[in-house]
Design a protein. Structure first.
Length: 320
């Protein structure tokens, strides 16, 4: 039993993905469970923001205040993300084949997505700076508010997206997902030190909450994959593209961060994407079938995260 518990703790991210996939299949293919799935599924999706708030609040309680300052690599990575998105935009506009354009839109959304709100949770477990990545998240979302209304109409000519609309959406997400838990954490450190000490003693709590979120997200991903009205070849390609991009972006981020002594944070910053935002943007403004790419990206990035956590736990450091 102890070995089983250890396995669950060590591979909680992959367990979360597997549980989400299996539970989705059970509640969509067993007739007795289908009504339950239809009723409970949307409520679970509605829990995602609550869980994100909780795990960020727990993580932010551990921030070192002096780390909350911009670094040069924060802006270098924004330049890289913008350049990659621009190259994808150019490629989309150079092709006239519908399938190729669909695949390139999948590439575009996987590189333009901002960093995942859960990235500080993984960075903490890997031994990186929570404060540095938190500042990066704020900077990344500001960049996102600018480049999304700039690039999306170039990818999809009929995309009805304005600067003010995109800015308002991103601002709302920043306030609710990042700023509010950050302020609550600072207030808790000042007025509820006992609560903060208790949370600091639960080192894996935020990771377990994220694993629950992964199960819910995996259910959404499974639905997209199993009901995708595209050919098998296109579906396989849309699954391979996120694998290549996730490895590339994690590696590139780490390479940049290594020059500044923050390879862990920079790797997560460029590689761990907010695919929920990516899926929403794709369904709203691009070819909806391209949303398969960010759906699958969440699987690959968390396999990478799980392997990094395993290596760090086993050897005490990250070789990559």
């Amino acid at each position: 039993m102890s070995a089983f518990i250890k396995f669950l703790k060590q591979w909680s991210l992959l367990v979360g993905l597997a549980v989400g996939f299996v539970v989705y299949l059970l509640f969509t293919h067993i007739s007795l469970l289908v009504p339950v799935g239809d009723a409970v599924g949307p409520k679970l999706v509605g829990l995602l923001p609550v869980n994100i708030f909780l795990m960020l609040y727990i993580t932010f309680c551990k921030i070192k205040v002096h780390d909350l300052r911009p670094r040069r690599w924060h802006f270098i990575l924004q330049g890289i993300r913008t350049l990659l998105a621009l190259l994808a935009v150019i490629a989309v506009n150079l092709t006239h084949d519908a399938v190729t354009k669909l695949l390139l839109e999948g590439v575009f959304i996987c590189v333009i997505c901002p960093t995942a709100a859960a990235a500080p949770v993984i960075v903490e477990k890997l031994g990186g700076s929570i404060g540095s990545l938190t500042i990066y998240l704020l900077i990344a979302n500001c960049f996102t508010a600018v480049i999304i209304p700039l690039f999306f109409p170039m990818v999809e000519k009929g995309a009805d997206i304005t600067f003010l609309m995109a800015f308002g959406q991103v601002l709302r997400r920043v306030l609710t997902v990042l700023v509010v838990p950050l302020v609550c954490a600072f207030l808790s450190r000042r007025y509820l030190p006992g609560v903060v000490r208790w949370l600091k003693g639960r080192s894996n709590l935020a990771l377990y909450i994220w694993s629950v979120n992964l199960s819910i997200i995996m259910g959404v991903t499974a639905r997209s994959l199993l009901h995708a009205p595209v050919s098998g070849g296109v579906l396989v390609t849309l699954c391979i593209i996120p694998l290549v991009l996730s490895v590339f972006q994690f590696s590139l981020g780490k390479a940049v961060g290594r020059h500044y002594g923050e390879s862990i944070g920079a790797g997560q910053a460029l590689g761990q994407k907010n695919t929920v935002v990516g899926i929403w943007l794709t369904l709203s403004f691009l070819n909806p079938y391209a949303s398969i790419a960010p759906c699958v990206y969440v699987i690959w990035q968390n396999i990478i995260n799980a392997l990094q956590l395993w290596y760090k736990d086993k050897y005490g450091y990250l070789k990559w």
